[in-house]
Design a protein around this ligand. Structure first.
Ligand SMILES: [Zn+2]
Length: 179
């Protein structure tokens, strides 16, 4: 008697599982298709968003000073760059990939000898990375699109953000605003 009940239960379970897996297969297939198209899309955007070039390619495109700063994380000497004392109205863009990084109305005189901004146009255009070189702990600032080194960010800026983006002039170009 128990055997009969058991086999009936097993059969029933078998049917249920068979039915379920059939449905599940269809829905898994749909999910997989959806996920595939979604991840392909994402990958596509990311690939077109990021600029990846070899050192040789960058060396050809950039001036020696731009290359030294952007690709080798160099720093221009204080008070020597073209923008530390620059007051025109416009936009500062990445010298390597032309991403718009800073607006002139966020620039302030920090007295440090490098162009300083209290805010980036869009923080998603910036990569922030802990930098422990030279026995200091600082936050390095890079261009998110091309990975070029721009400078560092400090917490001693003016309101409203209290931040100071301390950026090498040589990592940027300036686009004057049309009146
Ligand atoms: Zn860039």
């Amino acid at each position: 008697m128990i055997k009969i009940i058991l086999s009936a239960v097993i059969m029933l379970a078998g049917i249920l599982v068979w039915n379920f897996s059939d449905h599940a297969n269809t829905s898994i297939n749909n999910t997989a298709k959806f996920m595939l198209s979604d991840s392909t899309k994402k990958q596509g955007t990311q690939m077109s968003d990021k600029i990846i070039k070899t050192d040789e390619e960058w060396e050809k495109e950039l001036s020696p000073e731009e290359y030294r700063i952007l690709r080798e994380k160099g720093t221009e000497r204080a008070f020597t760059g073209k923008y530390w004392d620059h007051h025109e109205i416009g936009t500062y863009i990445c010298a390597a990939c032309s991403t718009e990084l800073f607006e002139s109305d966020t620039k302030f005189d920090s007295g440090c000898g490098w162009p300083s901004y209290f805010e980036a146009i869009d923080s998603s255009r910036i990569i922030y990375k802990t930098d422990k070189s030279f026995g200091m702990t600082r936050t390095e600032v890079m261009c998110a699109k091309c990975g070029g080194h721009l400078g560092h960010i400090f917490d001693d800026g003016p309101p409203p953000t209290g931040k100071r983006y301390c950026i090498n002039s040589g990592a940027m170009k300036f686009i004057k605003k049309d009146k």
